[in-house]
Write a protein that binds this ligand. Structure first.
Ligand SMILES: Cc1cc2nc3c(=O)[nH]c(=O)nc-3n(C[C@H](O)[C@H](O)[C@H](O)COP(=O)(O)OP(=O)(O)OC[C@H]3O[C@@H](n4cnc5c(N)ncnc54)[C@H](O)[C@@H]3O)c2cc1C
Length: 456
């Protein structure tokens, strides 16, 4: 095989040239050299080395799991026929079981209650979740959502501090996951007439909620329809947000509903453009009984819980964007080095180099935004929403650059880029569209903006 270092990339001096900066640094005074001199490093290793040791070790485990379990199954699952609600592809079932045993379905609580290394509690919970979302999304968006959506379903019980629900339901479910018998949760706010209105206060103030809870002996009966609920067809518990009878969104309340309850039905899952390993389920509730003890956070606390969950969960969603951008960048880089055009590798063309540099910078900037939001001790609405819309928009741009670069090869299923593009596109829509996330940033700034207006 030819020596890859026999010649420089076109338009550059050879790395061994005296004009190559890293070589030139060797000639600086020995006192200064340690400050400026470094060896080339793999970008993933470099990022990982900058994390605190525990998070770095966690990131390594997540990548190893994604590569050994998600990567070999992703493309087949993506093109398998759309399955009826509740029917998982056999390969998805294998991944779920393995993820459960490896602790990736029960990592919202520390051991011995869940599977999170208790030493990771030193960091905000969003940080390990963001690392997981990036590593899994980089390998496969569909399986990533299949594995991560359950955390969204568990989050209201955690944030509500409902110890009874944790003891009776969440902790036994985590135990089952760790035995390789996945017990999943789902989070249901969206209704046929309420997408953005379930995520944004002004829309909510005008909405007539479609799912209603009627008080009855010992609890409530829920009636109505939810839609696009990730994993809603395979979850054993769904957190359903409902208004109290005769009241508006200010009465929204979170109910922990067992999927086996009488009157609970999943008539369909959507055949969607991406993330096809995860079902987006419609859920019908026909007088489903929920006992008082399974009201999370108390009556009329649903809106607060929903918004608090979104402020945390938008950070891992932002990290999905980073994972997709990274996947597109990796595919484009490999292609540019492999493919020859006009007698030379594509990467020798300087406009291709400019494109790769742009993709690298955008991906790194997106990750910096996510890690900054993830490191904040409080999940702040403006930071989380900005990270969510910025990184998912970045993912789409980076995917498009990859597609431009790959040409015909971009549209081939086995080339992966078209799939990454389809998967990434969904993240601009769920967890609030990116328009709604922009409005969330302004909502957070409202008092400051009103103050500025008044001072004019
Ligand atoms: C793959 C997938 C998974 C999902 N998973 C879940 C889940 O697990 N649980 C769940 O509850 N939901 C889930 N959803 C639903 C998702 O959160 C909603 O689809 C999303 O909030 C958008 O809602 P909508 O399509 O009804 O948009 P609409 O509210 O109908 O909005 C339509 C358009 O109007 C724009 N718009 C709305 N209001 C404003 C405004 N005030 N100013 C400017 N523009 C505005 C929107 O940005 C959008 O462009 C999922 C959706 C998808 C696609």
């Amino acid at each position: 095989m030819a020596d890859p270092f026999a010649r420089p990339l076109q338009g550059h001096v050879h790395p061994s040239s005296v004009l190559s900066p890293r070589k030139a640094f060797a000639r600086l005074a020995s006192l200064v050299r340690p400050m400026v001199r470094y060896e080339p490093q793999d970008p993933w290793e470099l990022d990982t080395s900058r994390l605190p040791r525990l998070l770095a070790a966690h990131r390594r485990k997540l990548r190893a799991f994604a590569e050994s379990w998600l990567a070999p199954r992703a493309l087949d699952i993506d093109v398998a026929p759309h399955a009826p609600p509740g029917k998982l592809h056999p390969a998805s079932r294998e991944v779920l079981r393995a993820a459960g045993r490896a602790g990736h379905l029960s990592d919202l609580l520390p051991r011995p209650l869940g599977s999170l290394d208790p030493r990771l509690l030193r960091f905000p919970l969003a940080f390990p979740q963001a690392l997981k979302a990036e590593e899994f999304a980089r390998v496969d968006g569909g399986l990533m959502l299949l594995l991560c959506a359950t955390g969204l379903g568990v989050a209201p019980a955690l944030l509500a501090g409902n110890l009874g629900a944790l003891r009776r339901t969440v902790i036994p479910a985590f135990r089952a996951c760790e035995r390789g018998e996945p017990h999943l949760f789902a989070f249901a706010i969206t209704e046929p007439a309420a997408g953005s209105d379930a995520e944004e206060s002004h829309g909510a103030s005008l909405l007539r909620p479609g799912v209603v809870a009627k008080a009855c002996q010992g609890g409530f009966r829920l009636t109505g329809r939810k839609c696009y609920i990730s994993g809603g067809d395979i979850a054993k518990h769904v957190v359903v947000f409902a208004a109290l009878e005769g009241e508006g969104m200010e009465s929204w309340t979170a109910f922990l509903v067992p999927a086996g309850a009488e009157g609970f039905r999943v008539p369909r899952t959507e055949l969607k453009m991406g993330m096809r390993a995860s079902g987006a389920a419609e859920i019908e509730l026909d007088g489903v009984f929920v006992p008082e003890r399974d009201v999370l956070g108390g009556l009329r606390a649903g809106w607060a819980l929903n918004r608090a969950v979104l402020n945390v969960s938008r950070i891992p969603v932002a990290a999905m964007g980073v994972g997709f951008a990274r996947a597109a960048l990796e595919e484009a880089t490999a292609f540019a080095c492999r493919f020859r055009l006009g007698g030379k590798p594509l990467v020798d063309y300087q406009d291709v180099q400019l494109t790769l540099a742009q993709m690298m910078a955008e991906t790194n900037a997106a990750r910096a935004l996510v890690w900054q939001a993830a490191a904040s001790p409080q999940a702040r609405q403006g930071e989380a929403a900005a990270a969510k819309f910025h990184t998912t928009d970045t993912a789409r741009r980076v995917c498009e650059l990859a597609m431009d670069l790959l040409g015909n090869h971009a549209v081939l299923h086995e080339g992966r880029v078209e799939k990454v593009f389809r998967d990434a596109r969904l993240t601009q829509i769920f967890e609030g569209t990116n328009q709604i996330n922009r409005l969330a940033v302004i909502e957070e700034e409202q008092e400051r903006l009103l103050g500025l207006l008044a001072g004019r």
